[in-house]
Write a protein that binds this ligand. Structure first.
Ligand code: HEC
Length: 251
């Protein structure tokens, strides 16, 4: 049950982040477009930098931009703050608790991956902003290759390690490992209280089962270490490596 509810909590956190993020990004895009479309006109109010005319939803809008502020702030001023705060809060929640894309953090350089993704993200954003603003490409064009290098570096850092060397692993040994670490959940009749049937219908009770799902087992257990779920059974690196050697020897 706790696993099931955890999945729901994940889903809801993603959903919340998506909704408030759309609000934030949507309003940012709107204001960027608005900024670029402001023009100076005759007889503007004092303090007005420029204004724009818009048509939308059955009416015409006349928007004025004051820099920095009108002489008197109106009582019903709307601040676009919740979109931003909530996107941050829900985004941080995701960074801290969601075990998604385990390959991103199942290595010791996880901090570097985060740093590289942040750098690449900021550069890509900057590139798009400058393009929108019609700047000279020579001034900001460097951001594109640097962002690409940052992303490639992140991919390189998270690449699966070279297969471990070690002795041959027998079928019986492989089965012993999966019986110890997987079959509480991955059985036709699981004993784990959260499951009534094998997750994703993947039962791992016999050698034939292991052979059938060998590649998936390799991916989930050896490469990205998503399994055993939350490493609830405290599977060791040696056991992962041994299971990996067994799968590779199948080919
Ligand atoms: C605590 C329960 C639990 C344990 C223990 C567990 N798993 Fe899983 N496993 C799951 C759940 C839940 C899913 C479904 C995940 C999803 O929907 O993305 C899953 C999915 C999988 C899948 C299918 C992935 C896919 O993309 O189709 C494989 C393969 C797998 N597990 C292998 C293993 C192996 C090998 C072990 C032992 C080393 C193991 N699991 C231990 C709960 C568990």
């Amino acid at each position: 049950m706790d696993v099931f509810l955890g999945e729901w909590a994940n889903l809801l956190r993603h959903w919340a982040h998506l909704i408030v993020g759309i609000g934030w990004i949507g309003s940012s895009f709107y204001f960027m477009a608005l900024d670029y479309s402001l023009s100076k006109r005759e007889r503007m109010n004092p303090g007005v930098l420029g204004s724009a005319w818009r048509v939308h939803g059955g009416g015409f809008y006349h928007v004025e931009k004051y820099t920095v502020a009108p002489a008197q702030l109106p009582p019903d001023l709307h601040w676009f703050q919740w979109e931003v705060y909530l996107t941050w809060v829900t985004g941080f929640g995701l960074m801290m608790v969601v075990p998604h894309y385990p390959f991103l953090f199942s290595n010791k350089q996880a901090w570097m991956v985060v740093a590289l993704i942040l750098i690449a993200g900021a550069l890509i954003r900057h590139y798009l902003n400058r393009t929108d603003a019609g700047d000279d490409w020579g001034k900001f064009g460097w951001t594109a290759p640097v962002a690409a290098v940052a992303l490639l570096a992140a991919i390189f850092v998270t690449a699966p390690l070279a297969p471990s060397a070690g002795g041959e692993v027998s079928d019986a040994q492989a089965l012993a490992i999966t019986h110890k670490h997987c079959t509480t959940c991955h059985a036709v009749n699981p004993t784990h209280e959260a499951f009534k049937e094998a997750p994703k219908n993947v039962a791992l009770e016999t050698i034939a089962d292991l052979k059938k799902y060998a590649q998936l087992i390799y991916l989930q257990t050896v490469q990205n270490k998503a399994m055993p779920l939350g490493n609830q059974t405290a599977m060791t690196e040696d056991e992962r490596a041994a299971l990996g050697r067994w799968v590779r020897a199948l080919k």
